[in-house]
Every structure is written in C-alpha cells, then in structure tokens.
Design a protein around this ligand. Sequence first.
Ligand SMILES: [Zn+2]
Length: 158
Amino acid sequence: MTKLLVSDEEMLLHAAAARELVAHTLLHLPHESCGVLLGTTTAGSIRIEQFQPIRNVAPDPLHAFMFHPEEWVKFCLQPERLVGIVHSHPHSQPIPSQDDLTKLSGYGQLLDAYLICSPNQSGNSIIIHSYRIIHPTSHSKAEITDRYRLLRTQLTVT
Ligand SMILES: [Zn+2]
C-alpha cells in the first residue's frame, strides 16, 4: 500500500485537454493508455494546456504501460513545455502503484505533474487523480532520500 500525502497546490487542466484525455483513455480500454502533458509550472500552480497521446508498447498492455521510445524522446528533447505524464489504470483505482513510483527515477527530473485515469464504476466515464511530483532534491536535510514521491493535488478543469 502506497502512503499518500496531500498538497494544497493548484493544478489546472484545460477543458479541451481533459476531453481528449478522457476520450483517449476510454478508447483504449481495457488496455492501459499513456501520454504527455504540456503546459507551464509556476511557484504555486501547474497549468496543463495540452494532452499528447503516446503509444503504449508494454508487452502486457492490460497491466502496464511503456512509452513508445521515439515518440517519448521527441518530447524529452523539447522539455520547455513538458510538465508531466499521464497513464490509465483500467482495472484499479487511480492511485500510484509501487511500479509507477519506481519508474519515476527514470524520468521524474523532467516532470512536475502526474495524472492517473481510471474508469468509474459503470465504465462510461473517467476519474482523474492528479499528483505533484516531489523531486528528491526538494526534501529537507532531515529526510534526505533518493526516491521520488507523489503528492495528491486538487485538479480543476478550466
Ligand atoms: Zn500505474
């Protein structure tokens, strides 16, 4: 069980991006889907302006996601607007798995926002949870760790 902390920081998701994200997630069920989030980060808020899908090339897409390498690298090479990533949990709650947290060490330094999408109970809509990525270097001296953490934030669709 992953322990979650809560942040009062604001995360904004443009309505058009939210619609595209929901449509893309529903379209790929029961497979996990994934993509990147483009926008801006400021001191108190993260603004997600665009969702760009990336193909999931995981060997077992029912239970995992892996970005298509060439599509993903394209965004990494232009990090100015890259604020986060998103993937779906078709069969479970939108709560980060241990594997999700472990994988953050591979690309967490590029990102601030982390979204997870899960279908609602009837499977006709999507629940989105948003998390702020806490980088290891932002910890106080008292709790130095080399691990990334995710803080749940409020998500506002604008
Ligand atoms: Zn996951």
